[in-house]
Design a protein around this ligand. Structure first.
Ligand code: BGC
Length: 852
């Protein structure tokens, strides 16, 4: 008997679903017989049962087989599967509840304080009092804000999330979040206060290096509390003109700047109780949609590793890990009016806090303290800002008078991928990628989390998406971001270089190869890794609009060699102050990306059954390929600008026509890598593909040499310099321990971390060959450089894993294939090994043959 384990839609932290037709996925335990059919059963609140039975072996993102749920509707769902020996048992039931799905579901209005709350004024609290029925059985709070909102019912904070509702393409859409607040109401008295503190967040915070306010000058909150009583009544309270506003003791709050709080003033709830200021109802609110991604939450804490006095006398604290979040400080002793200031930085330079890379982001939290004694310590933390830091400088209070911990925040994504190998520095590199992802996946995928930027740079995500999708379940998170992308995409199909787009209107005309291509690559990655067809359907108009715009940009010549490009951004040989001055010819790079996008759109059209579209995009791809070869490639495979990146792109994206070209390009790439003593010489666009390209060229040995190179520039250089996250530049920290002199040096940029995907696919050898890992390739690259590697992945079908150990020329390999999936096996051996295996655990021991 097998008990399927059922999940609905994406990995959500919310109690309600963003759709009335949640797709169903289930996994069955290892060893379960092959599925030949399934049944879905829903039980409505009134006990009505509906069932739907189907033939087939699908189990991932299966369409909802009933009428869509209405907003707020709740049903219990369970599934069971059929195999040749009959029906298995029902799964545990799962509650499916729909969120507010339509604008008309909202009675609450967006409210904003009428006076005294301009940008730069204290954070407001908005509040009201409500009468509660005495027979509450269930309650939900639907919440959104222009800015960020934290709500209290009575004296209990709602939810565990921060910075809600998050960052969207606010000119077009705004997500709302939902909380189960039944317990809050059961704990509250018959008349209770509902209060919301509203922060500037992304909506009215300073964004970009110009510190601009990008959206609107009025922040606000819209909250709807819905209560169900035992008598079956639904009572709805919402923000509206009767609410009151007041200024809190949070005197200033900004994501870049930090937070300033006067703790001698009454707390937010006390202030709310006295609030007398009028509010205005704001009518101009973007379209509301239920949030698709998980909440931003505290995902851990770190204790200080040590503290010391800097040469200038500053008190510095080291948390041992570059992270994103803030300090939680327990003040044991303070005098009334004492100022406590915290400054943050990722690195120490010349013994002092290295804040230069933060540029205009002040990243300072300041408190004015009341008198505090150890009998009643005071715990403080800013929650309307966040910082990227490893070190903190504490001013105004002795370290003996406080206790500190660092709070780590991130979008609360489920971890699904793990990698380990025999080289501890590669393991640290992998860990650095994981930390970089945590810190830069704070509601929006950002370039970096610390300086005056923190923007959704499309190029950075475009290269990192496969790694992100391997480490964590990013379906909801990136589906939401793709909706923002489609919303901010311009009428001519061009895709801004940051999403949400805050560079308009100045950089309005900017779109770029490798950046704007995120519109096509990211949906494809979600399909490839999770089998999510709906994301392709939904994004298809956006994908094709970009492909058309990109093709148009290339013009008659079919070569995209004009206009603005970032190119192979941050090539290590580019001067520190000119990151775009790469060795790779910009036309070669952009035209290679054009082919890749046209190929992926053609494949997407095919998958969606749009055969005519597929043919026309494929035709365009061929035409551009042909033009690329004529303009840039010699018969012997030499490519214009002759550098690691151009060969890598040409090999990885299949741009070459003849075997001679391909083998010539491969040889030249290998030569260049050997000449560089296996140092990387690629920027943002060459780096994610160079190791694959070396493998295509039959030189996995060189790929390993490059991976294991420790000198500058290389992946392990940063590790050898003590990095705990991935750096923006290969040499963000120079060999002498000083910070790179450029005005653009972050220590937490995930782009070069794109290599982690290769660790899974090639070093461990676990890769999807059909969407969602329905079929898997097990092909570990065992070159003799590493003696052990393993990867484990929670695929939509269940756990897939590979581990191998090389000992005295014998290779022992263990493979786990989830139920519903099959794997092809290719091991570096001349021994006989089955070419294909089915679900279950398999082990092989073979004589190792070096792959070169
Ligand atoms: C960001 C990058 C981004 C780039 C555009 C930088 O300022 O930090 O990661 O992709 O600009 O090329």
């Amino acid at each position: 008997m097998s008990y399927p384990s059922l999940t609905l839609e994406h990995d959500l932290t919310a109690p309600a679903l963003p759709t009335g037709s949640p797709r169903l996925s289930w996994t069955t335990p290892p060893g379960s017989p092959a599925q030949t059919g399934y049944a879905v059963e829903v039980t409505a609140v009134d006990g009505t049962v509906r069932r739907s039975e189907h033939d087939g072996d699908e189990s991932v993102l299966v369409a909802w087989p009933f009428e869509p749920l209405a907003s707020r509707e709740q049903v219990e769902v369970r599934v069971r599967t059929r195999a040749t020996d009959g029906w298995g048992d029902w799964s545990e039931p799962v509650i499916a509840e729909a969120s507010l799905l339509h604008a008309s579901d909202w009675q609450a209005r967006m409210i904003s304080p009428r006076e005294g709350h301009a940008a730069g004024d204290p954070a407001p609290v908005l509040a009201t009092e409500i009468d509660l029925p005495d027979d509450v059985v269930s309650a939900r709070l639907y919440l959104t804000a222009l800015g960020t909102a934290t709500v209290w019912i009575g004296d209990r904070r709602v939810g565990e999330d921060y910075l809600a509702p998050g960052w969207n393409a606010y000119r077009h859409r705004l997500e709302h979040r939902v909380h189960d607040v039944t317990d809050h109401l059961l704990a509250a008295g018959p008349r209770t206060q509902v209060a919301a503190v509203v922060g500037n967040g992304w909506y009215r915070g300073e964004l970009t290096w110009d510190l601009r306010l990008c959206y609107g000058d009025r922040i606000g909150v819209q909250a709807q509390l819905e209560i169900e009583t035992a008598g079956g009544e639904r009572i709805v309270y919402g923000t509206g003109p009767d609410w009151r506003a007041a200024a809190t003791g949070v005197l200033a709050d900004d994501l870049y700047g930090g937070q300033t709080t006067d703790l001698r003033r009454p707390g937010a709830l006390e202030t709310a109780a006295q609030a007398g200021g009028a509010v205005d109802v704001l009518d101009d609110v973007p379209t509301l949609e239920p949030a698709l991604g998980p909440d931003v939450r505290e995902i851990g804490t770190l204790s200080p590793l040590g503290n010391w006095r800097s040469p200038s006398g500053a008190q510095l604290v080291d948390f041992g890990q570059n992270l994103v979040g803030w300090l939680r400080i327990r003040v044991l002793r303070a005098a009334d009016g004492q100022l406590l200031k915290v400054r943050h930085a990722e690195v120490i330079e010349h013994g002092e806090l290295g804040t230069r890379p933060l540029r205009k982001a002040r990243a300072e939290d300041v408190w004015t303290l009341p008198a505090v004694g150890p009998e009643e310590p005071l715990v403080l933390e800013p929650t309307l800002t966040f910082h990227g830091f490893r070190y903190a400088e504490i001013e105004g209070i002795a370290l003996e008078d406080i206790e500190l911990e660092a709070v780590v925040i991130s979008s609360d994504l489920s971890r699904i991928g793990w990698f380990e190998c025999s080289d501890p520095e590669i393991n640290r590199l992998h860990e650095n990628v994981v930390w970089g992802m945590r810190g830069n996946f704070v509601d929006v995928p950002t370039d970096c989390p610390q300086r005056d930027e923190r923007l959704g740079w499309t190029g950075d995500l475009q290269v990192f998406a496969p790694t992100a999708a391997t480490l964590c379940d990013v379906r909801g998170f990136l589906t939401s971001w793709l909706r923002d992308l489609a919303a901010d995409q311009r009428a001519d199909g061009t895709v801004p270089v940051v999403i949400p787009d805050v560079l308009v209107p100045d950089v309005d005309s900017q779109f770029a190869a490798g950046w704007s291509d995120a519109a096509v690559v990211v949906p494809w990655v979600l399909y490839e890794r999770y089998g999510d067809l709906a994301v392709l359907e939904r994004q298809y108009p956006s994908m094709t609009a970009w492909a058309d715009a990109e093709y148009t940009a290339a013009g008659e010549s079919r070569l995209w060699d004009t206009g603005f490009q970032y190119g192979d951004w941050l090539d290590p040989t580019a001067p520190p102050d000119d990151a775009a001055a790469a060795k790779a010819d910009k036309g070669v790079v952009a035209t290679a990306y054009l082919v890749r996008t046209l190929d992926l759109v053609a494949r997407t059209a095919r998958v969606l059954g749009k055969d005519d579209d597929a043919a026309s995009h494929a035709e365009r791809a061929d035409a551009v390929r042909a033009a690329f070869r004529v303009a840039y490639v010699r018969a012997d495979g030499h490519i214009l600008s002759d550098c690691q990146t151009v060969y890598s792109l040409a090999l990885a994206y299949d741009l070459l026509g003849s075997d001679e070209e391909r083998s010539g390009a491969g040889r030249r790439l290998a030569e260049l890598v050997e000449e560089a003593d296996a140092h990387v010489s690629t920027g943002f666009l060459g780096t994610p593909v160079i190791l694959d390209a070396l493998c295509h060229a039959g030189r996995p040995d060189l790929a390993h040499r490059m991976l294991l190179q420790r000198g500058n520039p290389s992946w392990l250089y940063s590790v050898s310099m003590g990095a705990t996250t991935i750096w923006e530049r290969w040499d963000s920290l120079l060999e002498d321990g000083t910070i790179n002199p450029s005005g653009m040096t972050s220590f937490n940029h995930y782009a070069y971390g794109a290599v982690a995907d290769w660790l899974y696919r090639s070093v461990a050898g676990l890769a999807p060959t059909a969407p969602g890992y329905r079929t898997i390739s097990i092909a570990p690259l065992v070159t003799g450089d590493l003696t052990r590697a393993s990867a484990r992945l929670l695929t939509p079908y269940g756990e897939a894993a590979v581990s191998w150990v090389l000992r005295e020329e014998r290779l022992a390999v263990g493979v786990t294939v989830p139920t519903g999936s099959t794997a092809t096996i290719a091991l570096p051996t001349d021994d006989d090994v089955p070419a294909q295996v089915g679900p279950g655990r398999h082990t092989f021991e073979v004589a190792w043959r070096s792959p070169v």
